[in-house]
Every structure is written in C-alpha cells, then in structure tokens.
Design a protein around this ligand. Sequence first.
Ligand SMILES: Nc1ncnc2c1ncn2[C@@H]1O[C@H](COP(=O)(O)OP(=O)(O)OP(=O)(O)O)[C@@H](O)[C@H]1O
Ligand SMILES: [Mg+2]
Length: 332
Amino acid sequence: MLLELARSKSILFFGGKGGVGKTTVSAATAMAMAAEGKRVLLVSTDPAHNLGHLFNRTVGPRPVRLASNLDGMELDPEQTVNEHLEEVSASLRKLMAPHLAGEVDKHIELSRDAPGMQEAAIMERIAEVVEKAATDYDLLVFDTAPSGHTARLIALPEMMSAWTDGLIQRRDKAERFSSVLRNMGSDKSVGNKILGGQEDPLVERESRIRSLLNRRRRRFMDLRNALNNPERTSFVIVLAAERLPVLETIALHDQLRRSGVTVGALVVNKRSPEGMGEFLAERRIQEEVHLGTLTEALPDIPRQDLTLVAHDVVGLEALERFAVSLGAGITA
Ligand SMILES: Nc1ncnc2c1ncn2[C@@H]1O[C@H](COP(=O)(O)OP(=O)(O)OP(=O)(O)O)[C@@H](O)[C@H]1O
Ligand SMILES: [Mg+2]
C-alpha cells in the first residue's frame, strides 16, 4: 500500500512522533522505489540527522549516492540560517543607504534567534530542493523531525515573517520618505529632481529590496502549491499502536488538513508479531483497541502495519529486507 502511494507521487513526507521509525520507513520506501528504477532523493530535515547512521556513511547538505538510483542529503538548519543571514546582510548592505548599515547589523543579529527562524530556514531549503531537484529526480522523500516540528514546518509560509517582516518595516520607513518626495508636485519627476535629477536612488533601492523579498516569498508560495497538490504530494504518518501516538496522529492529521496537505497513508510500525506466545498475543489485542480508535477517526486513510523485527535496521542489507516487508519486489 505504502509503495503504491510512492509509485504515484513525486513528493512524499514522512512524519510522526520521535522514535516510531520515520527514518527507517522513509529510507526503505526510497530504496524500494530506487530499485524499481525511479531516481530518488532522500532528504532528512531533522536537525538530529540519522541518515548517515542508517546508511553507515557520511551524509551532508549536498546529495551523496547511497545506492543505485538513490541519493541522500541532510539539511542543516544552523548552516542554513547562517548562509541565509549572510546573503541577506550582503544584499542589504548593497541596497540600503549607507547610514542604515548599523540597522542592518542589528536586524540580522535579532533575526538569528527569532522564533521560527530555524524552521523557516529548513523550509526555505525544502523549497529550494523541491525547485531544483524536480528535474533530476522522479521522487523526493522527506524524512522529517518529530511531529510538532513537522506540522509547524508545513504550516509555514505564514511563519516566514521571521525572515522578512522586520526588513519590510524598515523598508516601509524609506518608502514613506520617497513617496513624500514623489508627491511634492504634480510633475512626478519633482522628487527625482530634488534627489539629483536622475533615477531616484531611494526608489531604485526600494524596488531591488522588494524584488529580493518577493523572490523569497514566491519560492515559499511555489512550495505551498506543491504541498497542496494531492496529485503530486502526500504525507505519510508513521506511528506506534499505542494510545498517545494514536491521539497525536489524529491531531497531526487535522493540522495537516487545515494546511491543505493530504495524508496518503498511516504506517503503524513495530506491531507485536503474531504466534509468539501469550504475552505478545495480549499486546496485539491491546494494539487493536488503539487502532480501532485510529480507524474510527480516520476511516478513509489507507493503513499499513509493519511488524517489530528482532534487530535494529541499520545498513543497506537490513534496509533491503525491511523494504521487502513493505511489499518491495512483489509488484513493480
Ligand atoms: N519494525 C521495526 N522493528 C524493530 N526495530 C525498528 C523497526 N522500525 C524501526 N526500528 C528501530 O527503531 C529505532 C528508531 O527508528 P527510526 O530512527 O527510524 O525512528 P525515527 O522516527 O526516525 O526517530 P527520530 O524521531 O529520532 O528521528 C531504530 O533503531 C530502528 O532501527
Ligand atoms: Mg529519524
């Protein structure tokens, strides 16, 4: 079921509580799709990265080859924030009036710790990956951080304020000044003449800053459009068959729905195996009770259960075996 979903989409997000198996299931899905011949990019957006650990190799902010047809990368929020602030600071220094240089520094420093900054940084990198990778890959698989973070991430374009609003306020100050100049006479060029008879440097700066900010906004809006397109994008919630994870899954689903993101599958991982004695049989019955709540709340979302295996899933071979439990190799 999960693999059917993966076959029909170009972007998959995996989210859920800590430790439920998001990285394992997303990586196994990515491997299965790569094995079917799709060009797949597996992206970890979790600040506590573990793709490297899973594949027994170093994975960084640029794609590296993990297996045939499969590349992986880990987004680094800290580095992204730094790169972003450097870029903005350099652009602003070029564009703003020299006497505002101190203001630029102040704004940049305040922005560094602004609420939502890291999430916005990750979101911007996701937007970039979606934009750039669309031509190089058939499928993008995002392994996200535990749920609260993910839902905030997806609800994001609004949280972009951390990037832009402070800048816009300062820009507005300058804009008011230049509009006063422009309105000083019926002849629209009066303001320009006052400023030296050529292009109004303030207006010129204004429009360059505006286009810089707008470019960023546009990128976020493109991402929002991609996320809200159920033909292209689906969200997979991974969970355990326990009371709280079930309740949180229902809440996460609601949050995603409000953001216009379609949940295409529920993966219940680490189910107690059958035929393994009385204790686990009882556990299964308990799990069924919780899953009853899940199905009642989300009756239309396909569900796939995966059994608890005896060992940690680490390395290519273990992942391949795990992918078989998802149904890999059965239908192509
Ligand atoms: N079906 C399974 N049976 C046994 N162990 C599993 C199963 N699925 C995952 N694991 C193990 O559980 C641990 C947590 O899995 P994983 O790292 O994929 O979770 P996660 O949701 O990505 O965690 P985090 O929220 O920390 O990123 C790992 O050691 C993994 O090998
Ligand atoms: Mg993980």
